[in-house]
Design a protein around this ligand. Sequence first.
Ligand code: ZN
Length: 317
Amino acid sequence: MIVKKFIFMMFMACATTPGIAQDKLASMAPVDKKMRTIDSLSIVRLLQHEEAEQTPASALYPEWNNVYTTHYGVEMPDEYKIDLRGFHMPADSRLVTSHYGYRKTFHRNHYGTDIKVYVGDTIRAAFSGKIRVVDYEGKGYGRYVIIRHSNGLETLYGHMSKQLVKEDQMVKAGEPIGLGGNTGRSKGAHLHFETRFLGQFINPEKMFNFEMQDVKADYYVYRSNGRGTLMNATGVLAATENEENAVLDKEEESREFQQQKIAAQKAKSRTSIHRVKQGETLSVIAKKYNTTVKELCRLNGITERSTLRIGQILKHS
Ligand SMILES: [Zn+2]
């Protein structure tokens, strides 16, 4: 009895002294541990959230912008394994109405695959990613959307009647991004679907079988020499598909086509323009391209007080 009372008194005495802090913490250890677990879980969630907010494939691309241009200063890797798993057909239709490649009748290249759609048909993101460009080109793509994906690809969807997404928005594979249409340079409703890797066009039909509505293999190995190959999950080359790809390569590499390609690339590398969007000021645009308002004025022959029009083209370098 006396012992018990003594312990109680000791406890009371200790409780009022600062020295007890350590013991107190020790006695609370299980609770504390639990708290820490909750903390680390919320940190993990926070990191995952941040990751989701980040730019996909940021290790590959030097910058993120909302302007349609080629990518500057990108060193093309000799080889890069593009993960095709998680692909979703951009349209329900299986019908390819025009292939990728040089069109003799038009003396120009067709950098995508045309898929038959009707006005109002749902157009979906081919992979999860982040919307980079939502824009309109009256003499070209019409209403179009460009998405950057974490596998390194960028996909473009052209001639839509309506865009359903906003720039910098994250989307999941298969999520609706627009409606089929006939806008821009288009005769009859269809979806113009492009795939690019670091700004270089890749024939979508090398990676996807639109008729089967599926990927041709789990991976497409991009090669800077243009001889990309297909690979499955175990690393074995899918031989038949690669033979098909070789045929596609050959078709594309006609002299005329190559010349056109070089000319197009040259033209692109000369244009470093920005299309003014709603609410943008010179200082906002200057900041975007790491330049100054003064420099923008000089390049475009305007003054700091010039009124910017939506859709106006500005040189930024
Ligand atoms: Zn097309």
